[in-house]
Each structure stands twice: as structure tokens, then as C-alpha cells.
Design a protein around this ligand. Structure first.
Ligand SMILES: NC(=O)c1ccc[n+]([C@@H]2O[C@H](COP(=O)([O-])OP(=O)(O)OC[C@H]3O[C@@H](n4cnc5c(N)ncnc54)[C@H](O)[C@@H]3O)[C@@H](O)[C@H]2O)c1
Length: 270
């Protein structure tokens, strides 16, 4: 199925590795010109180099999305380089505590206001900054697609990820409200909810690509939580996510808006 994305311009946050990188590469394969944002300029540059090596059009747009002035400037630079933004993928976001400290994440009462602000700034404020910057142009052109990358933690709640769960739930509520406000402008806003994703950016633990149920006991236990993982014997990968994001970014999904779609092997069934 041709998604008819040739000539569209996409902007993806946190596109320098993992899920975001794969989405950026696949949107480029589908014919989009892709602006790759990341906090780390070298990561954005590397993904743009991959896009160009495959014959696509890419532009590095490094910026901290929590800083409104910097992300506004990065989006303006992308528009100058590639043209107006048709597709925004709000992907940057991470469970700060678990990655940085390893092992078990803290309970809510073991966290402090600084932790909360970091998680909310990245997952919520960053999304607000990007949406506020691109929506006027989408509205003017009467064409736009916004896809938010959230987590099943936001739909079902996850102990030891309380603030992250709340932040991801905010992405969902916001997407639904914006879908209502801008349906009349032909702008679709949807959310995909991920379970645990294994990718190249994760160097250790059950989510690293080298982990197997044999060499990592926790992975063995985690696979049991995802119905389809019991059959496939693996967690999800970025390649499981990117096709759905491309579909939602296209007019093939023109009549889908305000929805949240689980890409999590059946972890949470609505
Ligand atoms: N990996 C998982 O298991 C998993 C599970 C559920 C949901 N998710 C969600 O999927 C999305 C992608 O996850 P991932 O594992 O690929 O993430 P990741 O942390 O591996 O990569 C995200 C990228 O975002 C960039 N980034 C971080 N802070 C930034 C900022 N302030 N401004 C700009 N860029 C910034 C990082 O440099 C990194 O390259 C996130 O929203 C995450 O919450 C991931």
C-alpha cells in the first residue's frame, strides 16, 4: 500500500536513537523529507546521514525540546531547510530514573520535585512546545498529522513509574483535546502506546538487544507479561512501531483521530 507521503515534511523529536530513529528512517523511506531533532546533535547528524545515504532528504534539528526558544528556532530552521511541517511525531521522552540509576525505579514517595519537573518537562512541556509551533501552519494549509508516542504506563498506570505514567496520560488527554479543536482544520492527532521496546540505544539489562531469556532472568519474566511475546519470544522493537506511525501520518488514516493504539503485544487491552 502506497501511503502517499512523498513530498511531505516530517519533524520528529528525539529521533537520534531507538524508536525515534526508526520512525525517522521509515518516514524517509516513504518519501518524506525528515527533520531529525535530538538533544544530542551528533545523534541527529548520524540519523540524517543514514537518511541521505539511503537516497532520502534529511535535516538535523538538534535542540532541547524542554527549552521553548531553542525548539522554536530548531523548527524554524527545519521549515527553512525543508518546507512547512506536515507531520509532527512527539517521540522524545524517557523514564529518567530507571535508565539513569539502573535496577528498580523509585516509588513516588521516594522521588522529589526535581525528578517530577524533569519528567514533566520532557514528556509534557516538550510536546506542548512542538505542537504550538507547528499547528498554525498545519491549520493554514488544512493538512496536518500529529502522532504522540506514549506508553502503556499512561493508559494503565505503572507502579514505580508514577510521574512518568501521569505524564504519558497527559499526552493522551492533550492529543484528544487537540484532535477535537482541529478536526475542522483537517488535522489528525493520535497516540500510540508502547510496551517495553528493545533497541540499540539500550546497552544493558533486559531491554538491550543482546538480552535473551537464557542470559537475563528478568527478560524471561517480562516476556510473560506480553501475550504475543510468549509466541514470538521477544519484546517489541522499533520496527514494530514505525509502520503504524507512518500509517497514522498518512491520509490512509484520514478518518482516524483522537485515538490511542497499543503497540505492546497485548499488554493492555481496552
Ligand atoms: N523503550 C521503551 O521500552 C519504551 C516503552 C514505552 C514507551 N516508550 C516511549 O517511546 C519513546 C522513545 O523511547 P526510546 O526508548 O526510543 O527513547 P530513548 O531514550 O532511547 O531515545 C530518545 C531520544 O530522545 C532524546 N532526548 C532526550 N531528551 C531530549 C530533549 N530534552 N530534547 C530532545 N531530545 C531529547 C535522547 O537524546 C534520545 O536520543 C519515548 O517517548 C518513551 O517514553 C519507550
Amino acid at each position: 500500500m502506497d501511503l502517499n507521503l512523498k513530498g511531505r515534511v516530517a519533524f520528529i523529536t528525539g529521533g537520534g536513537q531507538g524508536v525515534g530513529r526508526r520512525i525517522a528512517l521509515q518516514l524517509a523511506e516513504e518519501g518524506c523529507a525528515v527533520a531529525v531533532n535530538d538533544f544530542f546533535a551528533e545523534r541527529a547528524d548520524a540519523v540524517v546521514a543514514e537518511i541521505r545515504a539511503a537516497g532520502g532528504q534529511g535535516h538535523a534539528a538538534p535542540a532541547d525540546i524542554t527549552d521553548k526558544a531553542r525548539i522554536d528556532a530548531a523548527i524554524a530552521g527545519a521549515v527553512a531547510a525543508l518546507g512547512p511541517i506536515d507531520i509532527l511525531v512527539n517521540n522524545a521522552g524517557v523514564t529518567v530514573e530507571r535508565r539513569s540509576k539502573g535496577g528498580m525505579a523509585p516509588l513516588f514517595l521516594e522521588t522529589d520535585a526535581d525528578d517530577w519537573q524533569k519528567i514533566l518537562a520532557l514528556n509534557v512541556n516538550g510536546m506542548l512546545h512542538c505542537c504550538h509551533a507547528v499547528l498554525p501552519g498545519m491549520k493554514e494549509r488544512r493538512w496536518g498529522k500529529i502522532v504522540n508516542i506514549m506508553s502503556e504506563a499512561g493508559r494503565g498506570g505503572e507502579a514505580r513509574l508514577a510521574v512518568y505514567s501521569g505524564a504519558k496520560a497527559a499526552m493522551l488527554g492533550f492529543a484528544k483535546a487537540i484532535a477535537q479543536e482541529h478536526g475542522r482544520d483537517c488535522i489528525n492527532v493520535n497516540t500510540v502506546a508502547l510496551g517495553a521496546v528493545s533497541h540499540e540505544g539500550i546497552k544493558a539489562g533486559p531491554l538491550s538487544p543482546e538480552a535473551t531469556p537464557e542470559n537475563n532472568e528478568l527478560l524471561g519474566r517480562m516476556l510473560g507479561a506480553y501475550p504475543i511475546a510468549k509466541g514470538l519470544k521477544r519484546l517489541s522493537r522499533p520496527e514494530d512501531v514505525a509502520p503504524m506511525v507512518c500509517l497514522l501520518a498518512s491520509d490512509r488514516a484520514a478518518y482516524i483521530t483522537g485515538q490511542s493504539i497499543g503497540i505492546s503485544g497485548g499488554f493492555y487491552m481496552l
